[in-house]
Design a protein around this ligand. Sequence first.
Ligand SMILES: [Fe+2]
Ligand SMILES: [Fe+2]
Length: 263
Amino acid sequence: MTPLEHILFGKKITSKLEKIHTYHETHLLRPENPAREESLKIGKSKFPQAQELSTLEGRVKALHSFASHELQAIELMSLALLFFPAREDWEKKYKDHLLLALDDEQRHFKLYEMRIKDLGYNFGDFPVNLHLWNKCKNITTLKQFAAVMSLTFETANLDFALHYALYFRKFGDEKSAHVLEEVHQDEIVHVAYGQKAFDASLEHENNFFKAYEKELPFGLTPAHSRGGKEIFDLKGRKKARLTDDFIKQTRTYPRAMRAKSSS
Ligand SMILES: [Fe+2]
Ligand SMILES: [Fe+2]
């Protein structure tokens, strides 16, 4: 198996953190779930509210949830590189970017894991979920992947990273705040590339937002691309070159709107 395949099919965390130098499409069967060590319990894991960061356990749980997101991002980028075809020029360029982003996600995971250790815990001390992975189960194209990964998950993470950095600092954990700020800076680049790739994928569609909304799978709406009404990183979005219309539409998209059915 290649190192890239090891990320998805290997159970060990260490095999998911090895440097990947190149990518290729695979003939292996697409897995239902990424392979994981048995000790990493899949179960209910609730992201702590910002106020819960006042306790050590609350801070560790937040770092643990962020680390779990990074792990899923690593696995999802491996999935995209291995299984989604790249025929068009923009798709090849997007994959080149995903290879670099994968390296960032591996570094982010290590940074969170190190902070968890510094605070006296280990990654795996709490259950993790496959929330991000599960939303991507029916994705088969890089266009959908750009919509979901870059324009939804990573865009929302601009908000969460800044918001939680603020609360880590408020409760005296400067080091964790720094990690979140580093992740935030990289996320701007990831969102910028996703927006560029998605824009390049448009052929007859002339409305970026409508095309984006159409690509979202069942269970996701444009409201998922923001942290919340009071948690909205406008500056980061502008730096990532998201258009004013896209920013406005995603900011105001009703949270309660039912997710469209899959078709
Ligand atoms: Fe990341
Ligand atoms: Fe990212």
